[in-house]
Design a protein around this ligand. Structure first.
Ligand SMILES: [Zn+2]
Length: 846
């Protein structure tokens, strides 16, 4: 399908015996008249029947002949080449580049592995028409083109994908059509440029010259005129070098092995830089336009685009449009005298040709069509992808998991992605922000639930937090992938996902440190590989060392007695933590989260509490002391669910470290104070683990798909773990729900409480337990429960009011040892809960 797909070429040395009437083929191509642009080689133009070459059967028309009897054919004049063949003797050896005719062997639909890409080739008119025309909607997707994607990040008209592409295409068609009716039509702009082109051509003074660049500039100017209402001079150096760069072959190699080539020096870097240069150029133009924008009188595409942007918030860039439109004109067009005559006769010398003349120029039309049929307009065809599984002939072409989305997302991209998922699944999602970073970026959460925004009693809340360390970015991308996956599979009625969304309220925060991310990403783009660049927030604070230290209290209480859950915050906690930490603390206090994971990078292991070692660290010597929680067995199981559902985490050997089963107690790895997972366990009902997901903290974009496939099942299974153990309602005799009732399990020194709706959730491993519910002013109630491996067991409590007015004899952990253990008053949770938590940021210090 592609005449110049040079990676489908094999080179071979062949020997021929000359027949009585010669070798039997014609050749074409020479230095002064190239057969293929930028290539002055000799090609076989015709093979005569029943002669030596035809009988031999190996050579084909279009094959390139590199040498004859060891003599190189490069830069040879046509006649010299012919003479060389004539005098080559009886036995002729040739080195030939032979294009693989795969379609002959495999039929019109076949698969090709182009470097790291799997490509399906549709060969010939019939197959191409069947796919691209008859099933045009299915083939709307744009394939991944690494060198462009790396720079464009998925925007622009030609290389954007999915919805972005559809919207851009629709908008562009509409705008370009509207210009036909505007003050200065498209045609006028072309006519104007044609005058400049004629002027330029005149400068050649009838001497032969290569018009490719001039024609490119002209086409480019038409587009610039539409975009910016402005044209360039034909000698503009920036323009030349850009057109030149895109004409080179290196980008094809880059696209085959982007991962391999990206870190190497080479021209791909120059291209990236130049494309960025164009971005800045276009941005400057956009800024100029913004200043002088008049909605009622758009001058050009940018004006229209700006007007439109006020309705739809979309950012984009235009350079790809410029390049690829213009490249179609780069083949030199030889105008036969008959065309000239027709134009003279129909149009004459006094005016410019216009579209209306088309009808009266049948010969010229025919020549143009013939040229279009013959030349490849763009050096490589733009690959398509299918938007759903699509059948062509007897083959099913599977929908790729939208490869273009496997890229890193800056803050703006991330926000767009979240809203994109929300727009695709509006009935089961909600986007909300829990607060802002130091630099004012929102900490966004995407919620999945059959009733978004509402807590349904007995439906557990679970959360994922990614990118707390700004330079550990895999979790951020995985959570975006997960969001898309949940939405799409719900829409496809995947029963497992439907059930998960209907039975669970899932909160996904892809980035807890958006400021750090931008610093890390900028460093990455400049190839600064600082291990810690971007880890901290904008105030230089490590957010995973920024939560109030409750471990010190719990270790004291475990020894001496005292509350074993919901340890209170210090009075002045807000002034001690960063804005991001404060927002997250308020978030996790205002939802009754049951289960959580916090996604990091730099190792591959599932890490469970406690993170802070019970023993003190000795200076200069890292003590590793396993410091289990009362729920140690459960935490181990949660961590193992992840590591075993993960592609390779469970194998234990990763990134040069060994962790049996791919899990570790945090403190036994290294002690960490003021971390988020310990805080979740000690201050709320939430059981959180920390997932270290990649050796490389900022993996290459090309790794993302593999990582997603390695983590997908684990991310889903972990969410499903929230449905185990026991749950139920705590009510009084009149069926009023009791919030903040304490649920204790015999043998486990860590209680949980009922939420604001009176429902509680207690994760437990299978087994038989003694469970007690208590609430101030009520008699405790104790039951024996056997928990199975599957469904959570429903255990409701109906508490009777204490007959004695005094507090019940049984210790109520929250109020026990008040004032002795903790320097501040331990406020009962019930009292605290009356304040709407999400309103607190306005009252607290910034
Ligand atoms: Zn980390």
């Amino acid at each position: 399908m592609n005449r110049r797909a040079d990676y489908l070429v094999t080179e071979e040395e062949i020997s021929l015996t000359r027949g009585p009437s010669g070798l039997g083929f014609n050749i074409i191509g020479r230095t002064d008249q190239q057969y293929v642009s930028n290539d002055s080689s000799i090609f076989i133009s015709h093979i005569k029947e029943n002669r030596a070459v035809a009988l031999d059967g190996w050579l084909q028309e279009g094959d390139k002949i590199c040498s004859v009897n060891g003599r190189d054919l490069k830069n040879l004049l046509h006649q010299d080449a012919i003479d060389l063949f004539r005098n080559a003797g009886y036995a002729v050896s040739m080195r030939v580049q032979h294009r693989l005719q795969l379609a002959k062997q495999y039929g019109p639909v076949y698969t090709l592995y182009l470097g790291s890409q799997t490509t399906v080739v549709l060969h010939g008119y019939e197959a191409a028409k069947e796919a691209l025309i008859d099933q045009g909607d299915e083939f709307l997707g744009r394939a991944h083109i690494p060198i462009i994607d790396d720079t464009q990040r998925g925007y622009g008209l030609f290389f954007s994908n999915g919805d972005t592409w559809k919207q851009m295409r629709c908008f562009s068609l509409m705008t370009l059509r509207d210009f036909g009716m505007g003050k200065r039509s498209l045609e006028e702009r072309i006519q104007e440029e044609a005058q400049f082109l004629v002027e330029e051509l005149r400068k050649s003074e009838a001497q032969p010259f290569n018009p490719a660049l001039t024609l490119s500039c002209a086409t480019c100017n038409v587009i610039c005129s539409i975009l910016f209402n402005e044209r360039f001079h034909y000698n503009d150096k920036t323009l030349h070098s850009l057109l030149d760069l895109l004409n080179k072959n290196f980008n094809r190699i880059y696209n085959l092995w982007p991962k391999l080539i990206k870190p190497l020096p080479g021209e791909h870097r120059a291209l990236s830089k130049r494309l960025k240069g164009v971005h800045y150029f276009v941005l400057e133009k956009v800024k100029e336009h913004q200043k002088s924008l008049n909605h009622n009188n758009p001058r050009d595409y940018i004006d229209c685009f700006l007007s439109r942007m006020e309705q739809v918030l979309y950012m984009t860039s235009f350079p790809d449009t410029i390049f690829y439109q213009s490249m179609g004109m780069q083949e030199s067009i030889i105008t036969p005298s008959k065309v000239h005559e027709e134009i003279d006769r129909v149009i004459g010398h006094t005016r410019s040709p216009c579209m209306k003349d088309k009808m009266k120029l049948p010969y010229t039309e025919a020549v143009l069509h013939e040229i279009q049929r013959y030349i490849t307009l763009i050096p490589s065809n733009l690959p398509h992808t299918v938007v759903r599984d699509t059948k062509v002939r007897q083959y099913v072409i599977p929908k790729l998991v939208a490869p273009v989305t496997f890229r890193h997302h800056h803050y703006d991209d991330l926000v767009r992605m979240l809203y994109k998922v929300h727009n695709e699944c509006p009935h089961i999602t909600r986007v909300y922000s829990v607060g802002r970073s130091v630099k004012g970026r929102h900490l966004y959460v995407l919620e999945f639930s059959d009733y978004p925004g509402i807590h349904e009693p007995l439906e557990p809340e679970v959360k994922y937090v990614g990118n707390m360390h700004g330079n550990e970015v895999l979790g951020r991308e995985l959570l975006l992938q997960l969001s898309e996956f949940l939405c799409e599979e719900f829409r496809n009625r995947n029963q497992r996902i439907v059930r998960l969304v209907e039975d669970t309220r899932i909160h996904i925060m892809p980035s807890m440190n958006p400021d750090g991310y931008e610093v890390a990403a900028a460093a990455q783009e400049r190839d600064i590989s600082g291990y810690l660049v971007g880890r901290n927030n904008a105030n230089g604070v490590d957010l995973n060392r920024n939560f109030p230290d409750l471990n010190t209290y719990i270790y004291y209480n475990e020894k001496n007695g005292g509350p074993n859950h919901h340890l209170p915050l210090p009075d002045n906690w807000k002034s001690q933590v960063e804005p991001e930490t404060q927002a997250v603390i308020q978030w996790i206090r205002s939802f009754n989260f049951v289960l959580s994971a916090n996604l990091h990078g730099g190792a591959v292991v599932a890490n469970y509490p406690y993170d802070k070692s019970l023993e003190h660290r000795v200076r200069g010597f890292r003590r590793t002391a396993n410091t289990p929680t009362p729920d140690d067995k459960l935490f181990q199981k949660l961590a193992k669910v992840y590591s075993y559902a993960h592609g390779w985490m469970h194998q234990g050997w990763n990134c040069g470290d060994y962790f049996p089963d791919g899990i570790t107690n945090g403190a036994s790895w290294y002690s960490l104070s003021k971390g988020m997972q310990d805080f979740n366990y000690l201050h709320t009902n939430c059981f959180e683990i920390t997932l270290e997901l990649s050796c490389d903290k900022f993996p290459l974009q090309e790794e993302l798909q593999r990582e997603w496939l390695g983590n997908r099942e684990a991310l889903i299974q972990f969410l499903e773990q929230v449905h185990q153990g026991i749950k139920g309602m705590v009510r009084d005799e009149n069926y009023n729900n009791l919030a903040d009732a304490v649920i204790s399990v015999g043998g486990i020194n860590h209680d949980v409480t009922s939420g604001a709706h009176g429902d509680y959730f207690r994760l437990l491993l299978p087994g038989t337990y003694t469970v007690t519910a208590t609430a101030p002013g009520f008699d405790p109630e104790t039951v024996s429960v056997t928990v199975g491996p599957a469904e959570p067991k429903l255990v409701n409590f109906q508490l009777k009011r204490s007959t004695s007015q005094a507090a019940p004899k049984r210790r109520i952990p929250n109020s026990g040892h008040r004032g002795r253990v903790l320097p501040k008053k331990v406020q009962p949770r019930a009292a605290r809960k009356k304040e709407p938590m999400m309103k607190q940021p306005q009252r607290g210090p910034a």
